[in-house]
Ligand binder design. Sequence first.
Ligand code: NAD
Ligand code: IPM
Ligand code: MN
Length: 354
Amino acid sequence: MKVTVLGGDGVGPEVVAEALRVLRVASEASAIPLVVEGFPWGTGWYLEHGEMMPSDALARLAGFDAILLGAVGSPLVPDHITLREMLLRIRFGFDQYVNLRPVRLLPGVSSPLARADDLDILFVRENSEGEYSGVGDRLFPGTPREVALQTSVFSRLGVERVIRWAFQHARDTGRARVTSVSKANALNYSAVLWDEVFEEVAADFAGIESESVLVDAAAMYLVTRPERFDVVVASNLFADILTEIGAALQGGLGLAASANLNPERRFPSMFEPVHGSAPDIAGKGIANPIGAIWSVSLLLGHCGHPRESAAVMRAVEEILEEGNLATPDLGGASTTREVGEAIAARTVEILRQS
Ligand code: NAD
Ligand code: IPM
Ligand code: MN
């Protein structure tokens, strides 16, 4: 397995170091050959070289099976430059059109919801177009007539493939229902196309329940009745926002994981925690590494190692449930490294026993 590591900015390198520790020990315990190469790209690189990544970056990443990414973004350079030139360049350039984000309450973690035992939602976020297409203009800049245009792009191909993937994944993993989230009462072109395509695709999956919910109502139901959601498919921006609510419900942003998938495997897929570079706690060694480690579990599953993927997840759950080690965001006083080392050691024990 060839994995490339992009720590990026802020807490990115800190959490990725622990995720990589877990990946290394899991591979070693199972005699999975692992080749790791890291690249120092990100805002530091930008300040030195004037670009977030070299111009041939995608060609250099293309030979890997998977990318493990920390986070991108720094107070030193505007976000629309750093994120567009690194994170979105990889997601779009490698056609990682599915962004899978599990929202599940892990044992030993408390949710801000009074009752969250049924919280188990799989978000399937459209990740290659929509509101993030980057199409637009600024007219008459700096004048009172200034106009900003930001065009969403919804293609039938783009909408259909992600919705179809959501249904197929629900079928493959024994999930009962797919909910589409959109907003056709206001977005009279893009969301109407989205809803039409959803209905067409749903008809091909007779055994799976389907429903369509408006995004404002979905935001409410996530808090009041999260158990009504199973698989949720939504556009790039809507799912960005809803999964951040999801992260809060599952106990915090530090726990949330994601996989940016190119399902056809023409390009590497990318695994990253949902959180950003957290400049407020960067450099302190206290960031929660679990979102990044959970992402490693998703990486192992994607790369054909389900046993190791499950072992990492079980190690995370056991350490959380025992409650002796937790970073400050979960109310503890442990460091990033202490949590990472404990999960790594437990992963090895689990793999040796099984
Ligand atoms: P953020 O996710 O970095 O932080 C939000 C809050 O959550 C902060 O209080 C932070 O301390 C906390 N937090 C985040 N990760 C944590 C962890 N692992 N452990 C404990 N606490 C954690 O979001 P933000 O502050 O809005 O953005 C900061 C920068 O990150 C910006 O430049 C933004 O554009 C970027 N960003 C990048 C990504 C990415 O690379 N995928 C995602 C989101 C935001
Ligand atoms: C995320 C982040 C990114 C997104 C930003 C930083 C561009 O918020 O991964 O959720 O919106 O996709
Ligand atoms: Mn986000």
